[in-house]
Design a protein around this ligand. Sequence first.
Ligand code: S3P
Length: 430
Amino acid sequence: MKLTTNKQSLSGTINIPSDKSISHRSIMFGSIAHGTTTIKNFLRGEDCLSTLAAFRSLGVAIEDDGETITVHGTGFEGLKPAEQPIDVGNSGTTIRLISGILAGQDFSTELYGDDSIAKRPMARVMNPLNQMGADCRGREGSEYPPLTIKGNPQLQPLHYNMPVASAQVKSAILFAALQASGETVVIEKERTRDHTEDMIRQFGGKIEVTGKEIRVQGPQRLTGQEVVVPGDISSAAFFLVAGLILPESKIVLENVGLNPTRTGIIDVIKQMGGRITIEEEGENNKSGKITVETSELKGIEIKGEIIPRLIDELPIIALMATQAEGTTVIRDAEELKVKETNRIDAVANELNRLGAEITPTEDGLIIQGKTALQGGKVTSYGDHRIGMMLQIAALLVREGEVELEKSEAIAVSYPNFFDDLEKLYRAGGN
Ligand code: S3P
């Protein structure tokens, strides 16, 4: 599709779409709990709909009246074998987290997805789950999907030092630990998003977290709850950056989730000199209103423990860095290579096509600022976050057109992205 180019004066207020990570988990926890769970503000993006369909095929009754989702939880023990292989679409979160739930079942399940899923590494979940007694296998002896998960109702607890910083792997182990007999200890490489830990508590379970060490005693029985999903800071990120880098702009984003394990981008914006204010208003200060204004930005170094707190925001942070004075260096982000696409290569290739000066490295990117962007032909590689980042980049292009291939990927996490963007530039009078 032809992207919108040459905009300034973005202004107005956007109610950011719901959090993808929490939406997935709300269906999963609702299903493995006993009793009814209601979910408000569920994200109806393709990824979360894959999770919803997956649990329906495991025999969980899930109703959607267009506003509230109601999950009639069966408990771990009430899940039924799926009649057909389960299609997870493009969703790494679905395939990795559901594996931890299926690991304790007394049946086998086959999981498959799209071309991107067929390349996502799965040994990171299969190894710990197999150590607990499950039998997880990839395609033809490899670690890649389709996966077959043969569950084991007598799962053993695990003491596990995680070799990667991954909330998906951690969550899969925690779901299995809730079904095992005894205490599982997981030690994180770096702290990652803790929505699973939060929701174990919310659904009446017990979990102990001390620094990077997490302890869960199994088996546990969870109880259905009312879940209200906050807005997704990873979706907000595109408009945060747009408001900072486009001239004469001021954007207000409402109801943005502010879980501290997710707010690395706010720290980075402040460090780069961005004008950003946050008013915390939600329960436990976990959501709030963020305002950004056009800013003079400067390049910085981004590395170490902050990386998992902004891992999904790195493509749009890289774009922001092209508009900052000086060099920005991103390190310790080798996980970007195994996301929906290789995001190190995708960001460098596609932004360089538009005139940026970005050097990909083994574990990150080196970005020279400030560069003027120009028209060109680009692709999302089927990756929603690359697609959205390229549309924000196109707004900076003053001459020429930007053509985006595979733009449909954006519906994975933000089906109304283009409508929300249009509101902002129309309100700004252009
Ligand atoms: C997610 C964790 C992250 C993130 C993904 C969602 C989650 O992946 O990139 O978009 O919901 O747990 P990893 O934990 O594999 O880094």
